[in-house]
Design a protein around this ligand. Structure first.
Ligand code: SAM
Length: 228
């Protein structure tokens, strides 16, 4: 169970739309995505239930990738983590992790969840994200706003981006940054709708999972050895 308030619960359902119950799902269909994003998601949520269900799906995400994470992975970068439930669970299973987050600091007027060529769609609030992480036990937090162009140059052991990089927006937005922060051992785990595309970019690619039931069909890859 995560500790959260209504404002944070609202962010979570925008980030993980599968968490809205059947009634809201129906209303979203009837009344439209703008009304859902700006009104229904603010006032008609059961935050306790959302906290419980979010914990459950983030635990499932952790179970899917845990075999690929080692005790040696210390510097962790999360790209598009949402409020960071996955990272809280990771933090509960491993010791002395240092977390870096890159996210966006606004909520789009109408959340569509399509491929976003201009990368304008976002659903986060970095103050609320920080609040969520502290309340749930992550204290060493470094959060960076993607739009501010001040990303930290750190040698990461693990970079993780669940249903964000190359799922909603182009991998190439981050390629120049990756060139600065990848070591020969850095592992990148992300969900992509075009898995074969990465043969020319990484030396080593492993398919961790296949998702057929999500908004877009995708594969979760673990890549290392940046070639270019
Ligand atoms: C579908 S949500 C996934 C959230 C979380 N990873 C999860 O699995 O619950 C996608 C997230 O990517 C964020 N995002 C959009 N563009 C981004 C960018 N250029 N860099 C980092 N995050 C971005 C959005 O704000 C949103 O929180």
């Amino acid at each position: 169970m995560f500790i959260l308030n209504n404002e944070i619960a609202r962010l979570i359902v925008l980030q993980r739309i599968e968490l809205i119950g059947p009634i809201l799902k129906r209303l979203r269909k009837i009344l439209g995505r703008s009304i859902f994003t700006n009104f229904l998601s603010k006032y008609f949520l059961n935050s306790k239930q959302i906290g419980k269900n979010y914990h459950k799906i983030m635990t499932e995400e952790f179970e899917r990738v845990k075999k690929s994470i080692s005790d040696k992975d210390k510097n962790i970068l999360s790209i598009g983590s949402g409020v960071g439930g996955f990272e809280v669970i990771l933090n509960n299973h491993f010791k002395n992790l240092k977390f870096y987050f890159i996210e966006k600091n606004y909520i789009s007027k109408k959340v569509v969840y399509s491929w976003d060529s201009n990368n304008k769609e976002a659903y986060n609030n970095l103050d609320l994200q920080k609040q969520f992480l502290i309340r749930n036990g992550i204290n060493d937090i470094n959060i960076y706003d993607f739009d501010k162009n001040n990303l930290p140059v750190i040698e990461y052991d693990l970079i993780i981006s669940l249903f964000s990089l190359d799922y909603h927006y182009d991998f190439y937005l981050y390629l120049d940054y990756f060139k600065k922060v990848f070591t020969p051992n850095t592992k990148l785990i992300f969900d992509t709708i075009r898995p074969n595309h990465f043969d020319t970019i990484f030396n080593k690619i492993e398919v961790l999972n296949t998702f057929d039931q999500t908004v877009h069909k995708s594969k979760r890859l673990m890549c290392s050895g940046l070639k270019i």
